[in-house]
Design a protein around this ligand. Structure first.
Ligand SMILES: *[C@@H]1O[C@H](CO)[C@@H](O)[C@H](O)[C@H]1NC(C)=O
Ligand SMILES: *[C@@H]1O[C@H](CO)[C@@H](O)[C@H](O)[C@H]1NC(C)=O
Ligand SMILES: *[C@@H]1O[C@H](CO)[C@@H](O)[C@H](O)[C@H]1NC(C)=O
Ligand SMILES: *[C@@H]1O[C@H](CO)[C@@H](O)[C@H](O)[C@H]1NC(C)=O
Ligand SMILES: *[C@@H]1O[C@H](CO)[C@@H](O)[C@H](O)[C@H]1NC(C)=O
Ligand SMILES: *[C@@H]1O[C@H](CO)[C@@H](O)[C@H](O)[C@H]1NC(C)=O
Ligand SMILES: *[C@@H]1O[C@H](CO)[C@@H](O)[C@H](O)[C@H]1NC(C)=O
Ligand SMILES: *[C@@H]1O[C@H](CO)[C@@H](O)[C@H](O)[C@H]1NC(C)=O
Length: 392
């Protein structure tokens, strides 16, 4: 639901809080699924063994619903045996709206999907993806214990050495086409950030600040969620949140150059280019290394009741906050929430919020590439596209 009307009131009455991002869109409770588009069919960007359902079919199949606690459930088919050579039903939803640089995205969940073959993600992308950059806020596969946070861009965006973050860097080049297109990944080091441990601890919250000063991701397990990050807050202040789990400062990645406005995506893939990659699958699920069918054969066509009991998101809310509230209906036929950055607002203590207009953000060229394009073939195609764009 859009909260632009109340924003006007907020900005008049709000105390001059440092770095306040105001709520612009909230997905929760019985209306959680309003404002999302459902991807329908096979997704050739991840090549998972899933058939993503339309909203009508996902609702009818009970793969998406709001439970008695008011939590949104998004899940993989957990009841059937899938016939050999067919795919299992799942869900991929994308916000209808795009949010520009100068936004904060928050997801509060009590359960996230896990299990062999399972590849969940909460991420963002531009309207012409893979151009326009990608931010993976929550993503992991199979029985991996720790979330990984990643940027995917065109060449030229990197993470510098010695950055202030709690997580552990496993790749510094964000560009698709190098290093198997792994992107610049940071592995979470805080406890209870994924799997059964996440749920046992009561879940937790991720927040991503998408700012001219950089991109920063925080994670809090339930007991340490800060006061302004709650399901009732109408503004958040990242400058009070301390050291992020992952940091990509603009010093080595000019955010407005590499990222267009972003839409939020939640999906659960099975196997495919990441979870099903034989070496990665074997790391936490065993099996014969090198057999690309193992993930599919051991899980997807197996007993859905036993294999996919934990393959679900249970979400308290997803929210988007912004430094501004302008609305522009021109990008890709969808509405875009643009941030006109207020001259009095700063973002993190290290942020520099000046000099960025909504126009430059919106028009920031579609130049980025990304999303799990881990196969060599895809990498080559992407590299060729970058080359073509550079030559154009
Ligand atoms: C993926 O599917 C889209 C249509 O949904 C198509 O335009 C595109 O060419 C396909 N890409 C590949 C690599 O097959
Ligand atoms: C819903 O699923 C049925 C078969 O399960 C399929 O025939 C139909 O096209 C689907 N509808 C949509 C809107 O995806
Ligand atoms: C490339 O990937 C390897 C393995 O994931 C990693 O150790 C290395 O740091 C990466 N290099 C860059 C420049 O990202
Ligand atoms: C906020 O979330 C908590 C935990 O799920 C819940 O107990 C509480 O009722 C929620 N409050 C509102 C106002 O939605
Ligand atoms: C990013 O690049 C644009 C145009 O190239 C420039 O105006 C802006 O100052 C740069 N921002 C940062 C943080 O370096
Ligand atoms: C599928 O798994 C469930 C849960 O473990 C079990 O109760 C059921 O008997 C299994 N179905 C078959 C056909 O094996
Ligand atoms: C399958 O999903 C439904 C809907 O979330 C849930 O009620 C049921 O308990 C699940 N079954 C298993 C075995 O996890
Ligand atoms: C912020 O950036 C602008 C333009 O790049 C620069 O003029 C200004 O001095 C910077 N302010 C701070 C506090 O770094």
């Amino acid at each position: 639901m859009r909260l632009l009307v109340s924003l006007g009131l907020l900005s008049l009455s709000a105390a001059p809080t440092l770095a306040a991002y105001n709520l612009v869109e909230s997905f929760s409770g019985s209306t959680f699924f309003n404002g999302w588009d459902f991807f329908d069919g096979f997704d050739n960007t991840t090549n998972g063994d899933v058939n993503f359902l339309s909203q009508a079919n996902a609702t009818a199949s009970h793969l998406t619903f709001v439970d008695d606690a008011g939590h949104a459930i998004i899940r993989v088919d957990n009841t059937t045996f899938v016939p050999f050579n067919e795919k299992r039903n799942s869900v991929k939803i994308m916000t209808h709206d795009y949010f520009s640089v100068g936004s904060v995205f928050v997801m509060d969940a009590v359960h996230i999907p896990f299990g062999c073959s399972v590849w969940p993600s909460f991420w963002t992308k531009g309207p012409n993806w893979p151009a326009g950059g990608e931010i993976d806020i929550m993503e992991l596969v199979n029985l991996a214990q720790d979330n990984q946070m990643t940027l995917h861009t065109t060449p030229g965006c990197t993470q510098p050495q010695g950055v202030m973050q709690l997580g552990k860097t496993s790749g510094t080049d964000c560009s698709a086409g190098t290093n198997s297109s792994e992107g610049c990944t940071v592995i979470e080091t805080q406890s209870n950030n994924a799997g059964a441990a996440f749920a046992s601890a009561g879940g937790g919250v991720w927040a991503a600040q998408f700012d001219v000063s950089g991109i920063f991701v925080w994670f809090w397990s339930r007991s340490s969620v800060p006061a302004d990050v709650s399901n009732t807050s109408t503004s958040v202040d990242p400058s009070t949140w301390g050291t992020p789990s992952a940091s990509w400062p603009s010093a080595t990645c000019n955010i407005t150059n590499f990222f267009t406005p972003q839409q939020l995506v939640i999906d659960i893939t099975l196997c495919g280019d990441f979870a099903g990659q034989p070496t990665i699958y074997a790391q936490t699920c065993g099996g014969p290394v090198g057999n690309s069918s193992t993930c599919y054969l051991e899980n997807v066509i197996n007993n859905g009741t036993s294999q996919y009991a934990d393959a679900y998101f249970e979400i308290n809310y997803v929210k988007a906050y912004s430094l501004g509230d302008a609305l522009d209906p021109t990008v890709s036929g969808t509405s875009v929430i643009l941030s006109s950055i207020s001259p009095t607002a700063t973002s993190t203590s290290s942020a520099n919020g000046s000099g960025t207009s909504s126009g430059s953000t919106k028009n920031g060229a579609a130049r980025s590439l990304g999303r799990q394009s881990r196969s060599l073939l895809v990498s080559v195609v992407l590299a060729a596209m970058v080359f073509a764009l550079c030559m154009a």
